[in-house]
Ligand binder design. Structure first.
Ligand SMILES: NC(=O)c1ccc[n+]([C@@H]2O[C@H](COP(=O)([O-])OP(=O)(O)OC[C@H]3O[C@@H](n4cnc5c(N)ncnc54)[C@H](O)[C@@H]3O)[C@@H](O)[C@H]2O)c1
Length: 350
C-alpha cells in the first residue's frame, strides 16, 4: 500500500491504524444506517456494533467490545435480518426494518424504530444505493407510439433517498444531548469524475457531495458533523458482472477500509473535520480532503468572485442581521426608506 500523499493536493493520508481510533465514542450510541443488508453498509454495521484492536494490515477485528446499537433499514429484509442476527450472535445490539429509501413514510418508521428501541439517534448513514439502472436515451414507447418519459430509479434511490433520510436527521439528532451527532454520506469517486455511460449515477453522486457541502455550514451551528466518503470501485453486489469482468486485475478498494473511513468520519472528535471529503482512490490509503481544499484551483476562482459579490451585498446582509436581532428597528428602517423613496426616489432617478 502506498503511503505517500499526492503532492498535488493537500489531502491528508489517514493510515488504517487510525481509522478506528475514536470508535470508542460509539459506545452505547445509536446508529441509523440504510442499505446495510449487504456490502459496505453491512461491513460498517458489523464493525460499528463491535470494535476492538484493529491491526493496521488487514483491518480484521482483534479483542472485541460491543459498542454502537445499530438500526438498519433496507429493502432487502431477509439480508438485513441476517446482519442483525450476526451482530446479536456476537453479543452486539441491532434491529432492522424493511425500508425503501424512496418512500418517506418508511424513513419515518426507521427513525421511530430507533427511538422506540434505543431511545435516540446519534449517527445517521444514508448508505443505500444502486448503480445505473435505467439508460438515459433508451426510449420506451406507449401503445400509441409516443415516447415515455425517463425512469429515475438511480436518482430516486441515490439522491432523493438521501434527501429523504436527511430530512429527518437534524430533527432526531438534536433530540440527543450526547457528545456525538454525525452524518456520513456515501459519495463515490463518481462524485468527482463522471463515469461515462452512467449519467444518473454520476449526477446522483455529484449531488451527494454538493449536499454535504451545502449542509455543512447549517449543521455546524447545531454541533452536527457531516462528511462524505468517496470510494473507487469495491467488490460488492452493486457492481454488475460485466463491470466486474472489465475491472479484473485492477486493484479495488477493500470494503473493510471503506467501513473504517465511515467510522473515522463519524467519530472524529475534531469539529474542523466536518465538511471534509474522504477519498479512497484505489487499494491505497484513505485521503482526507479538508474543506479548505474546496477553495483551491477553479473552486478558488469561484470563491474569490463569490466573496466580492457578497461584499457588495453587505447592505442586504447587515439588514438581514438587524431583521433577526431587532425586528422593530428593521421595520422602522424599512418604513423610513419607503417614505424617502416615495418622496425623493424619482428625483434621484431610481
Ligand atoms: N461498491 C462500490 O464500488 C462503491 C463505490 C463507491 C460508492 N459506493 C456506494 O456505497 C453505497 C453502498 O453500496 P454497496 O457497494 O455496498 O452496494 P450493495 O449493492 O452491496 O449494497 C447496497 C444496499 O442498498 C440496498 N438498497 C438498494 N436500494 C434500496 C432502496 N431503495 N431502499 C433501501 N435499501 C436499498 C440494497 O438492498 C443493498 O443492501 C452506495 O451508496 C454506493 O453508491 C459503492
Amino acid at each position: 500500500m502506498s503511503t505517500e500523499a499526492n503532492p498535488d493536493t493537500t489531502a491528508i493520508e489517514i493510515p488504517d491504524a487510525e481509522l478506528f481510533r475514536d470508535a470508542g465514542r460509539l459506545k452505547e450510541k445509536v446508529v441509523i444506517i440504510t442499505g446495510a443488508a449487504n456490502g459496505i453498509g453491512k461491513e460498517t454495521a458489523v464493525k460499528m456494533a463491535s470494535y476492538g484492536q484493529v491491526p493496521s494490515v488487514n483491518l480484521e477485528m482483534g479483542i472485541v467490545t460491543h459498542l454502537a446499537k445499530l438500526v438498519i433499514g433496507d429493502r432487502d429484509l431477509p439480508g438485513a435480518e441476517q446482519v442483525v442476527e450476526e451482530i446479536r450472535n456476537a453479543g452486539g445490539k441491532a434491529t432492522c426494518i424493511k425500508c425503501d429509501v424512496t418512500v418517506f413514510d418508511h424513513i419515518v418508521a426507521l427513525y421511530e424504530l430507533a427511538m422506540k428501541t434505543y431511545g435516540g439517534v446519534d449517527v445517521v448513514i444514508p448508505n443505500a444505493g444502486v448503480n445505473e439502472v435505467d439508460r438515459l436515451g433508451d426510449l420506451r414507447f406507449d401503445e400509441n407510439g409516443k415516447p415515455k418519459g425517463p425512469q429515475w430509479r438511480t436518482i430516486q434511490i441515490n439522491l432523493v433517498g438521501v434527501f429523504n433520510t436527511l430530512h429527518l436527521a437534524q430533527h432526531y439528532l438534536l433530540k440527543n444531548s450526547g457528545d456525538l451527532k454525525a452524518v456520513v454520506l456515501l459519495g463515490s469517486i463518481a462524485s468527482w469524475i463522471a463515469i461515462p455511460g452512467a449519467p444518473q449515477y454520476s449526477a446522483s453522486k455529484h449531488g451527494v457531495l454538493g449536499l454535504m457541502r451545502s449542509l455543512h455550514p447549517i449543521y455546524e451551528k447545531f454541533g452536527i458533523r457531516i462528511a462524505a466518503i468517496h470510494p473507487f470501485f469495491a467488490d460488492t453486489g452493486i457492481i454488475p458482472l460485466p463491470a466486474k469482468i472489465f475491472l479484473t486485475g485492477i486493484p479495488l478498494v477493500p470494503v473493510p477500509r471503506i467501513a473504517g473511513a465511515i467510522t473515522y468520519a463519524a467519530t472524529n472528535p475534531n469539529p474542523a473535520t466536518s465538511g471534509c471529503a474522504y477519498l479512497l482512490t484505489d487499494n491505497g490509503p484513505v485521503f482526507k480532503v479538508p474543506k479548505e481544499e474546496f477553495k483551491l484551483g477553479v473552486y478558488g476562482m469561484i470563491d474569490t468572485r463569490k466573496n466580492a459579490l457578497l461584499k457588495a451585498a453587505g447592505g442586504i446582509l447587515a439588514f438581514r442581521k438587524i431583521v433577526t436581532s431587532t425586528p422593530v428597528l428593521a421595520l422602522l428602517i424599512a418604513g423610513v426608506s419607503w417614505v424617502l423613496y416615495g418622496r425623493y426616489g424619482k428625483q434621484l432617478g431610481f
